[in-house]
Every structure is written in structure tokens, then in C-alpha cells.
Design a protein around this ligand. Sequence first.
Ligand code: AMP
Ligand code: TRP
Length: 333
Amino acid sequence: MSKKIFSGVQPSGNLHLGNYLGAIKNFVELQNEKNTECVYCIVDLHAITVKQDPKELRRNIRETLAAFIASGLNENKSIIFNQSSVPAHSECAWILSCIARMGWLNRMTQFKEKAGKDKEKASVGLYAYPVLMAADILLYDTTHVPVGDDQKQHLELCRDIAQRFNNDFEAPNFLKVPEPLIQKHFSRIMSLKDGEKKMSKSDESDLSRINLTDDKDKIINKIKKAKTDTMPMPKKDENFKNRPEALNLLEIYSSLSNQSLEKSCDEFAGKNFSFFKEKLSYLIVEKIEPISKEIKRLLNEEKHLDKILLEGGEKANEFASTKVKEMKKIIGF
Ligand code: AMP
Ligand code: TRP
């Protein structure tokens, strides 16, 4: 059976190693699988759920595209576009917001985290964010959605919305109920400064993450300063409970070298952290520096980048506008 893949990344700048290992690396592998059609979306409508500077947003959209291409996505193999260029996303999101229940959205932990203490001041868009995400996915008859572990709850909501729509309108299977594709291992890369916090673009300390635009010196310096503990490198069957930083660094090493955590533990058990950190920086530089250089090169080719988005948007629009038209018919418009 053929697979239809859809995923989205926000153009909010500072794409980092967590985005790469948790999402983009996987996008590239799926793109190269047989019988698999992939649609990758730069979700600029999601980005404006928090305040954005227009100039910076425009730059970040191009930078996210550049990161996709530099990581190995190819516009001739996958549909790559930005969300706001396909009107069906907004239209479908409104329809689905009349299907989703307040009670379902009230459970979303990401909203609680992002809105912080003052929920009254959060935008309505931030609250409704997962409904727009469901629209993104459902418009393309998506079968699988590759995301990091943090998006699991949103995917469950998307499945609930699809089923409810099909039931309410007696349109069995009209909206395909998608499966999440969450990597079994290394699906949550943690901050370099705190092994219990997710690596995130919004962390105020730049030392907490490796950005995809970091050069060699920055990478080496950040790994040198990464938090560790005072014990030697762990053995493979050791309990990592009190050593989240050691585990995270070993997971980054394993993921980048495509080997199991056990194998990485075997490689370094008993050695000191400075020895391991040197090998780790070397590996990150080897994998990330070419991407970083390519992003910088591509950013000088604005016309080329804009053309990719324009053509991707046209292809996406063909599919999505048909789906939303069918949807409107079912509803009675
Ligand atoms: P975002 O930048 O929040 O739009 O996330 C883009 C993709 O990267 C999503 O699939 C996330 O689940 C994934 N992602 C973001 N941060 C991390 C992280 N620290 N570890 C693993 N995956 C992540
Ligand atoms: N909410 C996702 C994130 O923050 C981004 C996203 C928007 C997405 N639409 C999507 C991911 C559709 C997968 C499918 O990471």
C-alpha cells in the first residue's frame, strides 16, 4: 500500500539539532522510500499565533526552506510549500473548529506550556493551533505524520476530529485517520544545559542548543560547555535515571551515527567526558557543518527559494482545494 506523508515545521528561526534528529532527518528518509508521497509544509500560519516581525518572518520562511533543502529534501521528489500560500488550510481549519470540542482542546499540554501563566492574554489562534494542524494533515488524505514526541497529543486530537467529522456527516472514510510516525529512539533531544528540558528554539540560552546554522567553532564550544556529571561515561546496562545529560549526549551521538545506544555505551564506557565530547563534536561538525554551509549559500539565492515555494504551493493547492470543495459539499454549502 502506498503511503502519504505530511509534516510541518514552524518558520520561527533557530532550527536546531532537535528539529533535525526528531523530524527533518526522518523526512529525508521517507522521501527516498518507495511508494511514498511526501508533502512538507512550512507552517507560517502557525507561526503567527505568537507575535512575529514581518521582515523576520519572511526571512525565517526562507531559512526553514533552505534548511529543508540543505538537509536533503528535494522539491522534485516532495511537495514543499508554505501554508499561507494555500487558502484551503485556513478554510478547512474553520470548518474543523466547529467539529472539535472545547473539552478536547482544553487538554492540550502544549497550549498550557506556551500560554504560560497569563492564559487570558494568549491569542485565540494559539488555543486553536491544533485544529489548524489537523486541517493541514487531513486535507491531503495523509496516512502517516512524522513528528517528534512532543506532537503526539496533537496527532491524537487530529484523529478524533477526523472520526467525528466522518460520523457527524455520515461520510465514512472521507477524512483519512492518520497514524503518527514517531521514532522509537531519540525522538526527544534535550537541552545541552539541562537534560530534563527539551532542546528548543525558544530557550533564551543559545548554549542550550546546536543550531543548524552554527559553524564548526560554535559547535565545538557548545559541546565543550554542555552540562555533564562527575562520573565516568556509563556502561550499557546502567540506569540513567540520575544522569539525563549523559544520556542525552549519548543519544545525540547514537542518532547521528545511526547506531544503537548500547553500541555507543560500549564504545565509551568508563572513559571520561572530555574524551567523549571530543568525538561527539567531531561527529556533529561532520554532519551539521555541511548543512550549515549550504543553508548560508542558499540564503543568497532568494529567487530560487521563492520559486520552489511558489511551485510547491501550486501543487499543494491542486490537491487541497479539491478536498475542501468536497468537504463543503458534504456540509451542505
Ligand atoms: P517546531 O520547531 O516546534 O515546529 O518543530 C518541528 C518538528 O521538530 C516537530 O516534528 C517537533 O516534534 C520536532 N522537534 C522539535 N524540538 C525537538 C526536540 N528537542 N527533539 C526532537 N524533536 C523535536
Ligand atoms: N505543530 C507542529 C510543531 O510545532 C508543526 C505542525 C503544524 C505540524 N502542522 C503540522 C506537524 C502538521 C505535522 C503535521 O512542531
